[in-house]
Design a protein around this ligand. Structure first.
Ligand SMILES: [Zn+2]
Length: 283
């Protein structure tokens, strides 16, 4: 039997002012969120926070180039990715940096930014720009909900399942500029199989928020570990960053490659080689 759950709580997590000062539709969203955040879930979330702390510790080690995430130019070998792999059931990640968009404030803020940049907003074609920009950011920062449809692995399929070239775009949290590219997502099935489209959905889901490529990579991999309890997980993301090509170093054409490996895809050389042979673009 498949299981389902909301992929995220993506609206109005109740961080803005007191309810009396807020528009009715926002209060409505708050109630929805509180329903999801039951006390049971709070317990699960605190356990997950401990887990996340472990992972952060592991990643800190990786800063020397042997960690979970390696950021290298295409053509160089990807650093081996030592990471503790656990079949311990983790709760579905529902936390999200998106707190709901205040379109009125965002529109005003864009207008202020244009004024501060010395742009003449009297020009007719710019009249609707602040609102258009605000709506664009709202769309780009609002993850879609999705259900993690899984199926029993009755035939005991135990080869790699790979979906490659999943196109995505996201926003760099340092410059609010887009980065875009492709993700290759793979897993070695355990007791359950995941609907193939969900491998793409999870990439889209985690890309629609302010991101850094390294975090996007680990979030997709961690989600698969959590939801599927597979024998192994591998994620490679290749992306072009506008903040590198349009400004600063102006490194047009430079591609950033990140990867995250878990389980047999990390520990077993043959599985790892197969994964990279299937996913890594030739230099
Ligand atoms: Zn950036």
């Amino acid at each position: 039997m498949g299981k389902s759950h909301p992929g995220s709580v993506d609206q109005g997590a109740g961080h803005a002012g007191p309810p009396t000062r807020r528009p009715p539709e926002r209060r409505e969203l708050d109630r929805e969120v509180h329903l999801v955040q039951s006390s049971e879930l709070e317990v699960k979330r605190s356990k997950r926070t401990e887990k996340a702390r472990d992972w952060r510790a592991t990643r800190a080690i990786g800063a020397d180039g042997e960690g979970v995430v390696g950021t290298v130019k295409i053509g160089r070998p990807v650093a081996p990715l030592p990471q503790r792999f656990s079949h311990e059931r983790l709760p579905t990640p529902i936390e999200c940096s998106h707190r709901g968009v205040d379109l009125v404030r965002a529109t005003q803020a864009v207008a202020d930014l244009l004024d501060a940049l010395g742009v003449d907003r009297e020009n007719e074609s710019l009249a609707g720009t602040p609102e258009r920009v605000a709506r664009s950011y709202a769309e780009m920062l609002t993850p879609e909900r999705f259900e993690a449809t899984t199926f029993p692995n009755d035939e005991g399929y135990d080869e790699l399942v790979v979906v490659r070239d999943i196109a995505f775009s996201s926003l760099c949290e340092h410059h609010l500029l887009p980065f875009a590219g492709v993700a290759h997502v793979a897993y070695l099935p355990g007791k359950r199989l995941l609907g193939l489209s969900k491998l793409a959905r999870v990439v889209t889901h985690y890309s629609r928020r302010l991101q850094v490529q390294e975090r996007l990579t680990t979030q997709v991999a961690d989600w698969l570990v959590t939801e599927l309890e597979p024998k192994g997980v591998g994620v490679v993301i290749e992306a072009d960053h506008m903040c590198m090509s349009l400004r600063g170093v102006k490194a047009t054409g430079a591609r950033t490659l990140t990867s995250a490996l878990h389980g047999l895809l990390r520990d077993d050389a043959r599985s790892r080689q197969e994964f990279f042979a299937l996913t890594t673009t030739a230099p």
